[in-house]
Structure formats: structure tokens, C-alpha cells
Design a protein around this ligand. Structure first.
Ligand SMILES: [Zn+2]
Length: 265
């Protein structure tokens, strides 16, 4: 049996991550919604209501159905701050985002992709489950979710799209993730909203993909990792709140109900 399926037995997962909460998010969210895509938006709560940043009043409606995650209170270079200041940046952002969204915020993206060796401790102290870097180049889950590298920045979408598409046809073995990141204001700056449209439409056409936010993917991966197997692998206990899908020995897709024990052989 293989732990290689996503929600509803899908073979692939597609997730997006956009930073800084520029008002261009309004246009981008609409494009994502029109195409059935799910994204995570990493926000700096000290910047709301200021110039070209989204307003605190629109947070809960604009990003409905997507995930809101921390990106620090004021977008600092974390590695240049003492630990107490790093803690303030993450704690304060998380607290304010939770007040605005009404849910527990658990995701994070490193501002400028930078951190010190102690940042991990601060993230853990604040209950942050995963943190996205600015390193790209693969279609796999990270070994450590506090250093989650993406597949590509959206400017490199075309190249990685071809590789991802090729995977759909090859002899398939492992669940793969197409993870794209960027900033919505880049589409304004580079005058290339056609890329946002084309990218979203192309992604929406993948039939065997689960479209999810970062935290949905994290929760699924964690629940899958925590499955409990009998010694002879005939029985599995899914001790999580999430239904999990796996591939059985004969290639069949098996659903493991949340909180239940399932006989798989
Ligand atoms: Zn940023």
C-alpha cells in the first residue's frame, strides 16, 4: 500500500501562496475564485488601511474560502531582530489576524524569505505549524514544514507547468504538489495579468488535482503521516479528524474514515 493520495483520492494537489495583502489581491482573488482555486494570503497586520494595502474591514469577506496566514506585523528582516522582537512580530500579527478572521491562524511565510536559527523556536512558541520560504524548485512535501519550499514563483509558471503536465501522463507513483507563490502587485507592476488568468485557467483544468490552501495540505499530510498500522499492514487506524485516502496493494483507492479503523486486506 502507498501513502500517495490526496483528498477524495486525487493524485495531485495544487496550492497557491500570495504575500503582503496589496489591493491587487482583490483582482487576484476574483480570478482564483472564478477558476475554483484555493490560496493562502500572508498578511502584515500593521499595514492594513494604509495606501495600497487591503483594509482590515474587508479581510474576512475578501479572502472567504481561502486561508489567511501570518507574514509578521510589519514585514521586517527577522534575522536582524533580537528574539524578543521576532516574537512580537509573529505574536502581534497572529493575534490581530485572528481577531479579524475569527479563526486560529496557524500558517506563516518568512518576509524576504529570511530568518535566524532561533526563528523556528519563536514560530513553535506561537503555534505556527508551517512556514513558507522563498526557495523553489520541487513538487514534493518538505521534510520539515517550518521550511516549506515551493514549486515556483508565478513568473516561472510555464516551465514548471510543462513538468507537472508531463507527470500526469507518466507512470504515476507518488502524490505530487504544485505550489506557486508570488505577490499580486507584481501583475500590476509587470502589466501581465494575462499570466494570472492563463495560469489559473490551466491549473483549473487538471482533473486529478485537489485544490487546497496551505493549511489544508499541512493538516492532510500530518493526518496521513500519523496513520497507525497493524504489524501485518492489514488494518489501519485513522486517529485524525480528516478522512484520508491511500492506494491499496492492488492499486485500488481506499478511503480511511476519520477516527475509524479500516481493514485494508
Ligand atoms: Zn512579503
Amino acid at each position: 500500500m502507498k501513502l500517495n493520495r490526496f483528498k477524495d483520492g486525487k493524485k495531485f494537489a495544487i496550492t497557491l501562496s500570495y504575500d503582503d495583502g496589496n489591493i491587487a489581491d482583490r483582482r487576484l482573488v476574483k480570478i482564483f475564485n472564478d477558476n475554483g482555486l484555493k490560496a493562502t494570503f500572508n498578511l502584515n497586520s500593521s499595514r492594513f488601511d494604509d495606501g495600497d494595502v487591503v483594509s482590515s474591514k474587508e479581510i474576512s469577506t475578501l479572502y472567504k474560502g481561502h486561508e489567511i496566514a501570518c507574514h509578521c506585523f510589519s514585514h521586517p528582516h527577522l534575522e536582524r531582530l533580537p528574539l524578543s522582537e521576532q516574537n512580537f512580530e509573529i505574536y502581534e500579527d497572529k493575534k490581530r489576524l485572528e481577531q479579524l478572521t475569527g479563526y486560529i491562524v496557524r500558517g506563516f511565510a518568512y518576509p524576504y524569505g529570511s530568518y535566524s536559527k532561533d526563528t523556528e523556536t519563536v514560530l513553535k512558541a506561537n503555534g505556527i505549524c508551517y512556514a513558507r520560504t522563498t526557495v523553489s524548485g520541487n513538487f514534493f512535501f518538505p521534510a520539515d514544514f517550518l521550511y516549506w519550499n515551493s514549486t515556483c514563483h508565478h513568473l516561472n509558471f510555464d516551465r514548471y507547468y510543462e513538468s507537472f503536465k508531463a507527470m500526469q501522463d507518466q507512470k504515476w507513483q507518488f502524490g505530487s504538489v504544485f505550489y506557486i507563490w508570488g505577490h499580486s502587485y507584481e501583475f500590476d507592476r509587470n502589466n501581465n495579468w494575462d499570466l494570472a488568468e492563463r495560469m489559473s485557467k490551466s491549473l483549473s483544468e487538471f482533473k486529478d488535482a485537489w485544490f487546497c490552501t496551505n493549511i489544508e495540505l499541512y493538516d492532510y499530510a500530518t493526518a496521513q503521516k500519523n496513520l497507525v498500522f497493524s504489524a501485518d499492514n492489514s488494518t489501519v487506524f485513522n486517529n485524525s479528524l480528516h478522512d484520508i485516502w491511500i492506494t491499496g496493494d492492488s492499486g485500488d483507492v481506499i478511503k480511511l474514515d476519520a477516527g475509524k479503523t479500516t481493514r485494508i486486506k
